[in-house]
Design a binder for this molecule. Structure first.
Ligand code: SAM
Length: 412
């Protein structure tokens, strides 16, 4: 049989989607386990998988509108239909290429069904999908926590390409760079190939969502010794080192610490790196400030990592909250009296943010919240003094990752 052009990329996308949706992998992990593809085909497979995950509930509704047969969620036929339609909706792939690269994926299976559904939908024409629905459970959770306007913003944001935020080693350098500055040492530019941008090789900046750069900005300027817990790949470590703190950076993942080491080398910055489980590590001393950027469901990063919405099941969030509670207790024990503890998560789940903080403060009355100072105007503090970044903030400027952060001070 003659080979169909671009089939390899679609086959790889099918494999990636299966790893993400059925086995709960991240798209990064799923894509790095696919080998033997040319770089352009690999990039296409990742793009198809991403577009599919951005629009999954809408794609499923379309598929169900075109057949009476019930296709199980994890059936190959449904996944092939999803990824075929996602190419049309998100990448503008021509109809004939959509069909020609989908059918061989179901050879020996429900080829006629897939052909029939695709034919019906492509003839009808796909509706615009510039604000696709999120999974029902996520919409329900976020609507009750944050309101419907936030859900509507999240729908718009998931369909669009987020801009690129750069954090600079030096504010003067940022001022001279072409782009929009929304905070000191920050520049926002349209999405681009990072390694080709000016200043990358010289290490003048690193890529870091503006929201992700806020927690390190809460470290008091006069804190000399700073402990950065759960530090890799090191966006916050680099900020702290660039601001002149003496940083000890701890992470349990050797491979992620390797990336942190490379990042420090490229940016000519310095920190002491420790590979250790923070729940077992013995610091043997206290620090003027501790930053805990805790592992979490990462649902705030849904614009770049749409699969987080499918991985963040209630059990995963509850387990995350338990780990965060243990980590913040450990982090607190290393704060010197009068010192600061910064807690942050890139999660849009109150269970991993506000609720962890509330329970921590109830267990540890020697700590109190301190309203943040020096953050950009959009980062408004709550009555408690905590900062919650939601979809919708700076939406006209390209939006922000969802985040939660708070600064606590230990009574002296
Ligand atoms: C949200 S990421 C950190 C991002 C990082 N702070 C930055 O700005 O680039 C969470 C990190 O926690 C690490 N981690 C998870 N459990 C840990 C533990 N028990 N002890 C230390 N690090 C842990 C993970 O390896 C991961 O690198």
């Amino acid at each position: 049989m003659p080979s169909v052009e671009g089939l390899g990329a679609r086959r790889a996308a099918l494999q990636m989607l299966d790893s993400v949706l059925r086995r709960g992998q991240t798209l990064d992990a799923a894509s790095s386990s696919v080998r033997n593809l040319s770089p352009p085909d690999h990039a296409l497979a990742v793009a198809i998988s991403g577009e599919t995950l951005r629009r999954l509930p809408d794609l499923d509704a379309l598929i169900d509108s075109a057949t009476r047969q019930s296709l199980p969620d994890d059936s190959k036929a449904r996944t092939v239909l999803r990824l075929a339609l996602a190419q049309k909706a998100g990448l503008g792939t021509p109809d004939h290429a959509v069909v020609a690269t989908a059918l061989p994926l179901v050879d020996g299976g429900p080829r006629r069904l897939v052909h029939g559904v695709l034919g019906t939908l492509l003839r009808r024409g796909l509706p615009k999908m510039d604000a696709p629905r999120l999974p029902d459970d996520v919409e329900h959770r976020w609507r009750s926590a944050w309101g419907d306007a936030v859900v509507q913003s999240a729908r718009r944001l998931i369909a669009s390409r987020p801009p690129l935020d750069l954090t600079f080693n030096d504010d003067g350098d940022a001022q001279a760079y072409e782009g929009v500055s929304l905070a000191p040492r920050h520049i926002r530019i349209p999405s681009a190939a990072v390694a080709e941008l000016p200043g990358f090789g010289e290490g003048r900046w690193w890529v870091q969502d503006l929201a992700a750069s806020l927690p390190a900005r809460l470290i008091p300027a006069d804190a000399r010794e700073v402990l950065d817990l759960c530090a890799a790949p090191g966006g916050k470590t680099m900020q702290l080192a660039a601001a002149g703190h003496r940083v000890t950076a701890v992470d349990s993942s050797g491979s992620r610490l390797g990336r942190l080491r490379e990042n420090l080398k490229r940016t000519h910055l310095d920190a002491k790196l420790v590979e250790a489980d923070a729940l077992k590590w013995k610091a043997g001393r206290q620090f003027d400030a501790v930053l805990l950027d805790a592992p979490c469901s990462a649902t705030g990063t849904f614009r770049r990592h749409p699969e987080v919405l499918y991985r963040a099941r209630p059990k995963v969030i509850a387990e995350g909250a338990e780990l965060q509670a243990q980590l913040i207790d450990r982090a607190a024990s290393w704060v010197t009296p009068g010192g600061a503890l910064i807690y942050s998560v890139c999660s849009l789940e109150p269970q991993e943010g506000e609720e962890v903080l509330r329970a921590f403060l109830a267990r540890n009355p020697e700590f109190r919240s301190e309203a943040p100072q020096g953050l950009p105007d959009f980062a408004v503090a709550s009555a408690e003094g905590w900062v919650r970044i939601l979809p919708g903030m700076l939406e006209d400027n390209g939006g922000l990752d969802g985040f939660f952060m708070a600064r606590l001070v230990r009574g002296g």
